[in-house]
Design a protein around this ligand. Structure first.
Ligand code: NAI
Ligand code: A1CAB
Length: 274
């Protein structure tokens, strides 16, 4: 059983191997935490030149995956899915299954595929955060197998520190990728379209963005804080014979909900095909 529990003030060391877009968001989120020691974070990528902003904050930035793995309690794999096996092959001789936790962020790479490269007693998780980790607002779906309560708590507390986390069955990890990780891009595209509409009806881009950003934030907070279904709140906005329902119905005539559902399915099918 692991002796450690994730705690910003502890001396736990974390490695992010393959610190690209998502890895950098996670690193930024961790660095924001009070009491987090930047020198306890290793981040690697093949060419680490564009991670110097992290180095300036005291993070250990380099391209030596073995050193990062050797010196860390928690090893996060942030590489693309097709690089995961090669990284596991590279670091496996340095791993200590009793003392370290490995967390893969890779889309579509199963626990079985990773265990094929690892000692079966390795404490291994898949986690699916999103880039809002950058501001500690990620939703992270987590799954693991053969792990104990202590390591489950540790992994959850790590991802709770950069947002909110839930534990799910592995067979839902691809769905979680689509809804939570791709989802942020869907919402942003929706926001862009709303800003475009706002400009057409008279606002400059900056003002339209301010209005849209706060409107989306308010809608999300309303759902979270009041634990509501969206349609319940929509009913409060749609004045009979008013302008909201006219707009919503026109969006539906143009296929709005259908486009969203089909987009979600297309992303999901793409993961299944890869
Ligand atoms: N970008 C996102 O919003 C999300 C990505 N993911 C998953 O996270 C992983 C990373 O995605 P991104 O950050 O978007 O990709 P990315 O391409 O920005 O980052 C991957 C990084 O790995 C580095 N890398 C490649 N080979 C390496 C090696 N041998 N040693 C050290 N570093 C190496 C690359 O230089 C790159 O910086 C993927 O597996 C993806 O499926 C999951 C959820 C959300
Ligand atoms: O687009 C992708 O494949 C990755 C996985 C989820 C978000 N980005």
């Amino acid at each position: 059983m692991l002796e450690i529990l994730f705690d910003m003030n502890s001396l736990q060391k974390i490695a992010i191997i393959g610190c690209g877009n998502l890895g950098t968001s996670i690193a930024n989120g961790l660095l924001d935490q009070e009491g987090f020691h930047p020198q306890h974070l290793h981040v690697t990528k093949r060419n680490p030149a564009n991670l110097l902003h992290l180095q300036d904050k005291g993070v250990r930035v380099h391209n030596d995956n073995l050193i990062a793995a050797q010196e860390s309690d928690i090893i996060i794999l942030g590489v693309k899915p097709y690089n995961v096996t090669a990284i596991l092959k590279q670091i496996k001789s340095t791993l200590n299954p009793k003392k370290q936790i490995i967390i893969s962020l890779a889309t579509g790479i199963t626990l079985d595929e990773m265990y094929a490269e690892l000692d079966p007693s390795t404490i291994l998780y898949r986690a699916m955060p999103n880039i809002a980790a950058d501001i500690n607002e990620s939703i992270t779906c987590i799954c693991g197998r053969n792990n104990d309560l202590k390591s489950d708590e540790l992994v959850k507390s790590l991802f709770n520190s950069i947002g909110f986390s839930i534990t799910i069955d592995e067979n839902l990890m691809e769905a979680a990728t689509v809804l939570g990780a791709c989802g942020i891009a869907y919402v942003l595209r929706f926001m862009r379209a709303m800003i475009q509409g706002g400009i057409q009806i008279g606002f400059d881009a900056k003002t339209a963005s301010q209005i849209v950003n706060q409107t989306v934030k308010g809608a999300a907070e309303l759902m979270i804080q009041k634990n509501m279904h969206p349609e319940e709140a929509i009913d409060k906005v749609t004045t009979p014979k008013g302008c909201t329902i006219v707009g919503l119905n026109e969006m539906e005539h143009q296929g709005f909900s259908s486009a969203m559902v089909r987009g979600v399915l297309a992303s999901y099918e793409k993961i299944a095909k890869d």
